[in-house]
Ligand binder design. Sequence first.
Ligand SMILES: Cc1ncc(COP(=O)(O)O)c(C=O)c1O
Length: 461
Amino acid sequence: MAQREVVQLDRGRIAELTEREEKRLNERTQASRALFERGRTSLAGGVPSSYHLRDPWPIYLDRGQGPRVWDVDGNEMLDFHNGFGSMVQGHAHPAVAAAVRERLEKGTHFAAPTEDGIVVAEELARRFRLPKWRYTNSGSESTMDAIRIARAFTGRDTIVKIFGSYHGHHDYAMVSIGVPYDEIGDRENYASLPYGEGIPQSVVDLTIPVPFNDADAMERRIERLIEEGRKPACVIMEAAMMNLGIVLPEPGYLEAVRELTERHGIVLIFDEVKTGLCIAAGGAVERFGVVPDMVTLAKGLGAGLPSGAIGATEEIMELVENERVYQVGTFNGNPASMAAARASLEEVLTPEAYEHLDAMNERLMTGCEAVIEKHALPGYAVGVGAKGCVTFSPSKITDYESFKATQDGELMDLAWLYNMNRGIFMTPGREEEWTLSVTHSLEDADAFVAVVEEMAADLTA
Ligand SMILES: Cc1ncc(COP(=O)(O)O)c(C=O)c1O
């Protein structure tokens, strides 16, 4: 990213616009408010997951169709949140709806395998270049089981992750994310910090964070761990970080990590819960051309039904086949989820769909870049496949430290309010990105850009 002159933003103006937009959103979402008041007496915080929380109340949705959603106040919005990136197929896609409807009438759960599960595994093996698969019901289950399998495969306990990356809500991975910046320690020796309470320190200590986009730092940390007799079982990482906005891998980084982990006999896990099926047919493996030892999937796999998957080499999956590791779950390969996944892979997420997603994302990013340049805002657009974001920072973000040091959180919050008040449903939070669906159009991309333009004009007026 070339350095360029940017305007000095007036913080008072940002506060004033934020107040105005908050008031407006509150006025437009009174039915959500009423549901929140009712819901929180029996549902903790009024929400099923803490990631749905929002101050002063969450926006409750009623329905979705294609690229659109409607909230309980009847506000119609183009959906760029898409269920935290799970709905790349769009809402109520006819092919998925037909497959699920058919399955509903034939029974939705047996805890016995069905043919669809085989078809889905065959297609995943082709797309992600890993021969053997198993199912789970979420991204957290996928990463939890993958780590256990990697530990069994290597006979080691320690694991390495990227500082700031989210891999789900189990104890192994709830480490060194979303922590206060001043506690992270020095880059060569980042601290292992629990994300919230209730995670045993002994488990936290087994998870070692390293910076993204720095294979040399990863190598030095791994060498030190080896000297300490704590050689890692695996490195678990997203090939492109998807929870600091989007941080793409620098050229050569993934190849260096692949070489390093292979040389040391450390299992490389690409967590493709967000990237898989969204940034290319074969996710990051296809997009960046680096094949790990294991891949974890969820989100987009089930087209909105809970599901997840783990792919691995023959050698690694042998441990599961021999029942040395129990990879289990009552709902694994649930017939309804498998029917949805099969329809999605065979009929929706086709090569043409990925061309369409790329074209829309290009239009969106180019449009956002043009606005940023016109108004000399401190930011840039970044994305890949169905995913992208505007990162409000005067310099390029390459890892957690640069994110914490330079991201303008107040502008991120304001952008979310502008979107919500102008028919763009976006993921709340300062760290999120948009996800397009195959049902979006180029005009929908333009609608998003128009909101960025309006905010930029108001900010610099
Ligand atoms: C990269 C990554 N891995 C794992 C998970 C956990 O997935 P789930 O919420 O389905 O458990 C997430 C969720 O956002 C994720 O982004």
